[in-house]
Design a protein around this ligand. Structure first.
Ligand code: CU
Length: 121
């Protein structure tokens, strides 16, 4: 590092960090849409991510207002589209549901998050 100005090093770290951040898998869009209210209960939740996922280490679950898991426990990455994670649902009664996801992207970074949707009475 001798001779390399500290500012150049800082910039290199900054650029490397930015490139790394871009590679993480973040939620791109979801169906039902994030924060949406539905008239009819959805048969499944689909979440598209910004990067491909590692199927063995990526999952999502859906919980009700009491925190009880209500999905069918079959969350899986779509074999023909590694950016798509899906989980099936029984017929949900009206209420607010939270989708909780935790995924490992192909660049080996773990990201997690959640969002809600509502089924109208
Ligand atoms: Cu990453």
């Amino acid at each position: 590092m001798r001779g390399l100005p500290a500012s150049a090093l800082a910039l290199a770290v900054l650029l490397w960090g930015a490139a790394g951040a871009e590679a993480h898998a973040f939620l791109d869009r979801a169906d039902p849409r994030v924060g949406s209210t539905l008239r009819n209960p959805p048969a499944q939740v689909r979440i598209w991510f910004t990067e491909g996922l590692e199927p063995a280490f990526s999952s999502a679950r859906v919980v009700n207002e009491a925190g009880q898991q209500v999905d069918k426990g079959d969350s899986q990455v779509d074999p023909s589209n590694l950016t798509l994670l899906r989980v099936s649902l029984p017929t949900l009664p009206p209420g607010t549901y939270k989708v909780i996801w935790r995924v490992l992207s192909v660049d080996s970074h773990v990201t997690e998050g959640d969002f809600t949707f509502r089924v109208e009475p």
